[in-house]
Design a protein around this ligand. Structure first.
Ligand code: ADP
Length: 253
């Protein structure tokens, strides 16, 4: 009888082990598939600007010195596509980094100071103003300083990029979370596209977006950073009205 029970529990154990093993294989496979998908998406996205560069370079080789109007157009296209590729490579690196170090190294960080600092450098780039509404001079959050900078840069940069006026940055407290709202009165996001904006490489209307020189990676990085802080990110937007990005991060206590 005892032997039977023993072999019974051995069977259970074996069954459990097999199940765990199968789960692990499944997990490795989905991760592998995700990785493969990522590599193929990234190559595809990098190939587009490269093709443009290649074809304009070809034109230049053929007509360059003889047709100045072609030269001007080609140089402009090659330059802007190269800038886009550079930005995309930098963001891909950021994404890969955030994939590896999922954990944010949080410490007491003044989010208000980081907002002002990031805002200031972007004000220089866009020659427009950020209007701040902070409930306190110093707002302490529990955050990874570098990641918080990256996050605010992405959101403030988007607000400038997709609007033409000044933008607003509000910070207040909601319970034990600090609430950030980055607001612009720009072109907004169509309702049907809102569910996809956090996906890698997603851009609303690629043709319209091309002129703004983005990569479609910013918000996917932003979401990862917020998740690593156990925070929340949400977007309210509509066309013609503009966009509000809400981020909740843990207050430092
Ligand atoms: P991108 O580099 O293209 O800006 P993001 O991942 O940051 O990539 O954003 C994805 C898409 O969401 C953008 O291409 C743009 O169409 C839309 N989007 C993001 N932020 C805004 C905003 N503040 N106003 C309007 N559209 C936005």
């Amino acid at each position: 009888k005892k032997i039977e029970t023993n072999s019974g529990s051995k069977k259970d154990e074996l069954h459990q082990m097999t199940e765990t093993f199968n789960k692990m294989i499944g997990l490795i496979q989905t991760n592998f598939e995700k990785q493969q998908q990522f590599v193929s998406d990234a190559s595809h996205e990098l190939k587009t600007p490269l093709t443009v560069i290649e074809s304009y370079a070809k034109l230049l080789k053929r007509w360059g010195t003889k047709k100045p109007e072609i030269m001007e157009e080609a140089v402009e296209a090659i330059y802007s596509e190269a800038v886009r590729m550079k930005e995309m490579t930098a963001q891909l690196l950021l994404l890969a980094e955030n994939d590896v170090h999922m954990q944010a190294e949080t410490k007491r960080t003044d989010a208000a100071a980081i907002c002002r600092q990031t805002g200031k450098s972007l004000e220089q780039v866009y020659q427009r103003r950020v209007v701040y509404h902070f409930f306190k001079q110093e707002v302490m959050v529990s955050a990874d300083e570098l990641k918080l900078k990256q996050l605010l840069f992405i959101l403030l940069d988007n607000a400038f990029k997709y609007s033409e006026e000044e933008i607003e940055c509000t910070i207040d407290q909601k319970g034990d979370m600090i609430h950030f709202c980055i607001r612009d009165r720009g072109i907004g996001i169509p309702q049907k596209d809102l569910p996809f904006v956090f996906e890698r490489f997603f851009r609303v209307d690629k043709a319209r977006a091309r002129g703004t020189g983005g990569t479609g990676l910013g918000l996917s990085i932003a979401r990862k950073i917020v998740a690593a802080h156990n925070g929340e990110i949400r977007i309210d937007s509509s066309e013609g009205w503009g966009t509000e990005v809400h981020v909740y991060l843990p207050a430092f206590s």
